[in-house]
Design a protein around this ligand. Structure first.
Ligand code: FMN
Length: 206
C-alpha cells in the first residue's frame, strides 16, 4: 500500500503529452488498390466485443476506413517495439499533410516491408492481418464520430468479428493467459513492457 500523499506534495502542471500508458495496436486497413496499410495507434478501449479507436482524420487509416468499413486490430507484444518504431514517422497518405511533413513524416506504401512484419490473409475482412502480432482481431467499422472539442479527431467504433491468437498465449481454449501475454505499452511516448503481476480481480476466471 502506498503512503498517504500530502496535498502540498502535488503540483499543477500543463503536460504537453497526455498519453498515460495504453497498449500499442497496429491497425491494418485497405488501400484503394486493395493493398494493406499499417497505422500504429495507442488510443483504444475495449468493452465486450466493441473496440473504440481514437484516430486523427488526417491519417491514411481514417481515409481507408471511410471508404472500406473493415480493419484488423493487431496487438504487437513488447518484443516488437523496434518494428513499430520503424514505421512511426511514415504515412500512407499522399500528399502528406503539411503539418506532418514539417514533423519529418515521409510517405510509405509498403509498411510491411519497412517494418519487417508479415502480411497474412484475414478470414472475414479484406485488410491483411500481421502474423507476428500475438493477437489479431478482425473487425467491422460500425460508426465514426468526430470529437466535439476537436473535430479533426474521430472516435471509430468497431465490432470484432474474428479473433486470431498465437497458441503459446492461449489458456484453456478461450482465454488469453495474462502471465504469457506481454502487451507493448505506450507510456508518455516511451515504449514499455509490463512489470511483474501484482494480483488479480475477484472477477478473474483464470
Ligand atoms: C506508438 C504510436 C502510437 C500512436 N497512436 C496514435 C493514435 O492513437 N491515434 C492516431 O491517430 N495516431 C497515432 N499515432 C500516429 C500515427 O501512427 C501516424 O499518424 C501515422 O502516420 C498514421 O499512419 P497512416 O497515415 O498511414 O494511417 C501513433 C504513433 C505511434 C508510433
Amino acid at each position: 500500500m502506498k503512503e498517504k500523499i500530502s496535498e502540498s506534495f502535488i503540483q499543477t502542471i500543463y503536460p504537453k503529452i497526455l498519453y498515460y500508458g495504453t497498449p500499442v495496436l497496429l491497425l491494418t486497413t485497405l488501400n484503394e488498390d486493395n493493398s494493406t496499410n499499417i497505422s500504429p495507434m495507442s488510443s483504444s478501449w475495449a468493452l465486450g466485443y466493441s473496440i473504440v479507436l481514437g484516430m486523427s482524420s488526417t491519417s491514411k487509416a481514417y481515409e481507408n476506413i471511410c471508404r472500406h468499413q473493415e480493419c484488423v486490430i493487431n496487438l504487437p507484444d513488447s518484443s516488437l517495439w523496434t518494428n513499430v518504431e520503424k514505421i512511426a514517422l511514415l504515412t500512407g497518405k499522399k500528399p502528406i499533410p503539411s503539418f506532418k511533413e514539417e514533423m519529418g513524416f515521409q510517405f510509405e506504401k509498403d509498411k510491411f516491408g519497412v517494418s519487417g512484419l508479415t502480411p497474412t490473409l484475414s478470414n472475414l475482412v479484406s485488410p491483411m492481418r500481421i502474423q507476428e502480432c500475438p493477437i489479431q482481431m478482425e473487425a467491422k467499422v460500425v460508426d465514426i464520430r468526430s470529437l466535439k472539442q476537436t473535430p479533426s479527431l474521430v472516435a471509430v467504433e468497431t465490432e470484432v468479428v474474428h479473433v486470431h491468437v498465437h497458441s503459446d498465449i492461449i489458456l484453456r481454449d478461450n482465454y488469453i493467459d495474462p502471465s504469457k501475454w506481454s502487451p507493448l505499452i505506450y507510456n508518455f511516448r516511451h515504449y514499455f513492457g509490463l512489470g511483474e503481476e501484482l494480483g488479480k480481480t475477484s472477477r478473474s476466471e483464470t
